[in-house]
Design a protein around this ligand. Structure first.
Ligand code: ADP
Ligand code: MG
Length: 291
C-alpha cells in the first residue's frame, strides 16, 4: 500500500493556529487495589493537529497511543500539561462542555462489533446524535440518508441491524456516526486494524475522500506503519509513553531516523513476499527491540 497523498489543503492554514494542540501532557494511571502501582502512561507529550490534516500516531502496542487519544477525548484524567482545542484548554472541562465538544471532536474505534449497539437499526444508530441535538425525525432521516451515501452504503442499510454487515461495512457505519454532526477532528483509534488488507485499503480511501470533501482533521492511531504511511500527512512515533520522532509522513515512514521507527518499518506488512522476507531477515539482524 502506497499512494502519494495529494497536496494537503492544510498548507493554506499554515499561518493559522492549530486546531488541536497537546502540550507537555502527562497521564498517570493510578494503581488499583492493595499496593497497586501507578503507571506513567504519557510523558511530556506534545503534538499539534492543523485543520484538515491527518496526524498519524504510530508505535508498538502499549506505547500509549490509545491513552493520548482518550486524553484528547476527555476519557482519561490528565496529570499535567494541556489539551487546547481551537484556543480553549479542554483537559479539565466539565461534563456539559464536554458534551458540547463532542460535536467537534469525534471518535472511531478499532472494533465496530462492540461499538455499534446490536439492538438498534443503522438508522437509529446514526439518528441518535442528531435527535439528541434537536433534529426533527424528518431532518434526522434526511441526514442519515446523506451519511449512508457519504460512506457508500446503500440507502436500504438504514432499516438493517449491525449483525447483517461485514466488518468493513460496520466500520463505514461507525464512520458515518462520527460524521453525523460534521466534526472538525476525529480521533481514529486503530480503525482498520481488525479488517483484512483489501478492506483496510478501501476504508482508508474512504477516510481520505471524506477529508477531502469535509476538511475534517484526523488523529489517526495505528500500530502499523504502512497504514500510517498511506493516510498521514505528518507522523508522530510513540515509544513507552513518549513521542520519539515526528515529521513529514513520507520521510518518517520510508526513511526514519530512529532505530525504533526503523524496526516498525521492517515489521509492517508489505504486499510483496520477497521484499517481506528480506525485511524479516534485516529485522532479525537488528536484534530485539529495546524498551
Ligand atoms: P497503545 O494504545 O499504544 O497500545 P495504551 O495507551 O492502551 O497503549 O496503553 C499504554 C500503557 O498504559 C500500557 O502499558 C497499558 O497497560 C497501560 N494502561 C492503559 N490503560 C490503563 C488503565 N486503565 N490502568 C492502568 N494502566 C493502563
Ligand atoms: Mg491502543
Amino acid at each position: 500500500m502506497s499512494v502519494e497523498r495529494q497536496d494537503p489543503e492544510w498548507a493554506e492554514h499554515q499561518g493559522a493556529p492549530p486546531l488541536l494542540e497537546v502540550n507537555d501532557l502527562n497521564v498517570t494511571y493510578r494503581g488499583r487495589g492493595f499496593r497497586g502501582r501507578s503507571f506513567h502512561a504519557l510523558k511530556d507529550v506534545s503534538i499539534q493537529v492543523r485543520r484538515g490534516e491527518t496526524i498519524g500516531l504510530v508505535g508498538e502496542s502499549g506505547s500509549g497511543k490509545t491513552t493520548l487519544g482518550r486524553a484528547v477525548l476527555g476519557l482519561v484524567p490528565v496529570t499535567s500539561g494541556s489539551v487546547v482545542f481551537e484556543g480553549e484548554e479542554i483537559s479539565h472541562v466539565g461534563g456539559r462542555r464536554r458534551r458540547q465538544l463532542s460535536r467537534d471532536i469525534q471518535v472511531v474505534f478499532q472494533d465496530p462489533y462492540s461499538s455499534l449497539n446490536p439492538a438498534m437499526t443503522i438508522e437509529s444508530i446514526l439518528a441518535e446524535p442528531l435527535t439528541v441535538r434537536g433534529y426533527s425525525g424528518t431532518d434526522a432521516r434526511a441526514r442519515v440518508a446523506e451519511l449512508l451515501d457519504h460512506v457508500h452504503l446503500p440507502a436500504d442499510a438504514a432499516q438493517r441491524y449491525p449483525r447483517e454487515f461485514s466488518g468493513g461495512q460496520r466500520q463505514r457505519v461507525a464512520i458515518a456516526r462520527a460524521l453525523a454532526l460534521a466534526p472538525k477532528l476525529i480521533v481514529c483509534d486503530e480503525p482498520v486494524s481488525a479488517l483484512d488488507l483489501s478492506t483496510q485499503a478501501r476504508i482508508l480511501d474512504l477516510f481520505i475522500d471524506i477529508q477531502e470533501q469535509t476538511g475534517v482533521a484526523y488523529l489517526f492511531i495505528s500500530h502499523d506503519l504502512s497504514v500510517v504511511r498511506y493516510i498521514a500527512h505528518r507522523v508522530a512515533v510513540m515509544l513507552s509513553g513518549e513521542i520519539i520522532e515526528t515529521g513529514d509522513g513520507d520521510v518518517v515512514t520510508t526513511n526514519p531516523t530512529e532505530p525504533y521507527t526503523q524496526r516498525l518499518l521492517l515489521a509492517s506488512p508489505v504486499p510483496d513476499p520477497v521484499g517481506q522476507a528480506k525485511r524479516r531477515d534485516l529485522y532479525m539482524s537488528l536484534g530485539q527491540p529495546q524498551k
